[in-house]
Design a protein around this ligand. Structure first.
Ligand code: 2P0
Length: 326
């Protein structure tokens, strides 16, 4: 009735931006990500507690945050087909939450896998990915390690919208991601609201959907070949296009800060000097630099020289892992 799971966050190389179904969290387009280690979230789920309790990163969760966790566990109860009693959830991440690396992706992936294990359900990556998706879209890509593709699916019930691993973490073990924290502030517009505004008001949104869907198989091929330069270029253009469609929303959404621009513009100079480094950027100001093991120290130095107040160096990470089951 109790299970503890550790899961890693992921960073999308081809981004998810926009839902076709907000309740089930179904995306308009497919996306592709890399799971990141060593940073992780550890989550314990225990059914049969005295009352529902949700503790996230040392604080009692409230409001919609708490509701999202409890709703996911309700879905576990439906899958188990029995009354499991109230649930106690304790979740904690080991990385700076201000990094803008969605701790929610790792958290909901760990919650889905731990929830199923605590309910006595068998290990099933597809079922866990679908459950995680219902907590937070990008979480479906953190159930497994390496390079995962979230297939948008066609069905209205979302049963074909989940992530599959295309390559494991060992496929490209000298790939590196360097998170450059240029701004620790809370973002003004949460991803969930930002993507809704973009879907509803950006005239560029249909072009984004078409383009992102076409980039996924291209990214897959470049990962198969371990072509860092071409993958770096693809990542940058996909990030620019996600931000372009958001900038075209009404009201406009600008996640970039002056420091973000300063750093990402500088990368072109670095490449001219022979340093293979590219960026991707989520719904926040902190770029994530893509490079290889031989250049991660140089990438960190560039980030700091361009104003990063902190840096988190990451390597390809593995699957969500069950640590204990009671
Ligand atoms: C991604 N992001 O693909 C994109 C790129 C941010 C920018 O997924 O509403 O927390 O819970 O499904 O997954 C962040 O949004 O949003 C995200 P919900 P989520 O990683």
């Amino acid at each position: 009735m109790k299970a503890t799971v550790r899961a890693h966050p992921n960073i999308a190389l081809v981004k998810y931006w926009g839902k076709r179904d907000e309740a089930l969290i179904l995306p308009h387009q497919s996306s592709l990500s890399l799971t990141l280690a060593p940073i992780h979230v550890t989550t314990t789920v225990e059914f049969g507690a005295g009352s529902d309790q949700v503790e996230l990163h040392g604080h009692a969760a409230k409001g919609s945050e708490r509701d999202r966790v409890l709703r996911l566990l309700d879905a576990v109860r439906v899958q188990a087909g029995r009354d499991l009693g109230p649930a106690k959830v304790v979740s904690r991440g080991d990385f700076p939450m201000a990094a803008g690396l969605a701790s929610s992706a790792a958290g909901f992936a760990a919650l889905a896998v731990a929830g199923r294990a605590a309910a006595g359900l068998p290990e099933d990556t597809r079922a866990s990915s679908i459950l995680a998706r219902r907590g937070s879209g990008s979480a479906c890509r953190s159930v497994q390690g390496g390079f995962c593709e979230w297939m948008r699916g066609e069905r209205a019930d979302g049963e074909d919208s989940y992530a599959v691993q295309r390559f494991d973490a060992g496929h490209w073990s000298d790939l590196r991601m360097v998170v450059a924290i240029v701004d620790r502030g809370e973002k003004e517009v949460k991803s969930r609201d930002g993507m809704k505004g973009t879907v509803e008001t950006s005239p560029y949104y249909p072009a984004w959907v078409k383009d992102a869907e076409a980039e996924v198989p291209r990214a897959r091929e470049l990962i198969a070949k371990k072509d860092l330069e071409a993958l770096g270029e693809l990542c940058e253009r996909n990030a620019w296009r996600m931000h372009s469609t958001s900038l075209a929303a009404d009201p406009p959404l600008c996640y970039l800060s002056p420091a973000t621009l300063g750093l990402i513009q500088n990368l072109r100079e670095q490449r001219k000097k022979g340093v293979p480094v590219w960026f991707t950027l989520d719904a926040g100001p902190n770029p994530v630099l893509l490079t290889d093991a031989a250049h991660e120290v140089a990438a960190e130095a560039v980030a700091r020289a361009c104003g990063a107040v902190d840096v988190v160096r990451c390597v390809p990470g593995g699957d969500a892992t069950l640590l204990t089951e009671h």
